[in-house]
Design a protein around this ligand. Sequence first.
Ligand code: ATP
Length: 240
Amino acid sequence: MALLQLQGLTARYGKIQALSDVTLEVRAGEIVTLIGANGAGKSTTLRAITRMITATTGSLVFDGQPLDRLRVAEVTTRGVIHVPEGRRVFARMSVLENLELGAYLRHDKVAVARDIEAQMERFPILGQRRHQPAGTLSGGEQQMLAMARALMGRPRLLLLDEPSMGLAPLIVRQIMQTIVAINREGLPVLLVEQNARQALAIAHRGYVLEHGKVGLSGTGAELLASEDVRQAYLGAHADG
Ligand code: ATP
């Protein structure tokens, strides 16, 4: 059974139809990627899941329970945690304070302290910079902080919106490896990416969004090999 199931989701911003009839699912243990051009509706899909916008039709079920009527904070409480586009760390707060904020719904102080140390082991740079304002970190470090902060909420499903945006290729590879490592620990991930090649390379399955609709879907390997995907999303020199 799917952990997250979107069925026939439609969403609009005023007159702009951002999603039409989007059906997709994330199963336990999977990395699922959502790729597509600018404006295809990828971020809107994540916003609809976390209820930052309200879908006009369709259904949204997480772990057998509807999310459709919940508030944003209630979706978080259920364990669906969203790292938005542009990371949005609290720039003036320290790395440590950002991590503490990620645990704001938790009351298990000892375990929170232990988890902070675990995140600093996972991302040693965050440990080294624990007292530095988050705004002084590089883009890649801020992305790591945003992911670590999300993990502090003990997610059951992690939604990542363009974690590779604006980062150098070496850092992108590190971020992708981190996503794989987090997933291997058992956490399902729904990954929105412009960087289709890298996202498909680590994903179990993927969906291609085109003008708010799901076009192709398949395993990461199938989509990487698809001529349509190669031409549209992997650039002219799509040699793998
Ligand atoms: P990008 O990579 O540019 O973020 P995307 O695939 O995530 O692209 P969305 O941001 O979901 O696409 O946008 C889907 C459509 O909704 C686009 O036509 C976009 O212009 C429109 N849109 C997105 N956010 C808003 C908003 N806040 N108000 C009005 N229209 C919006």
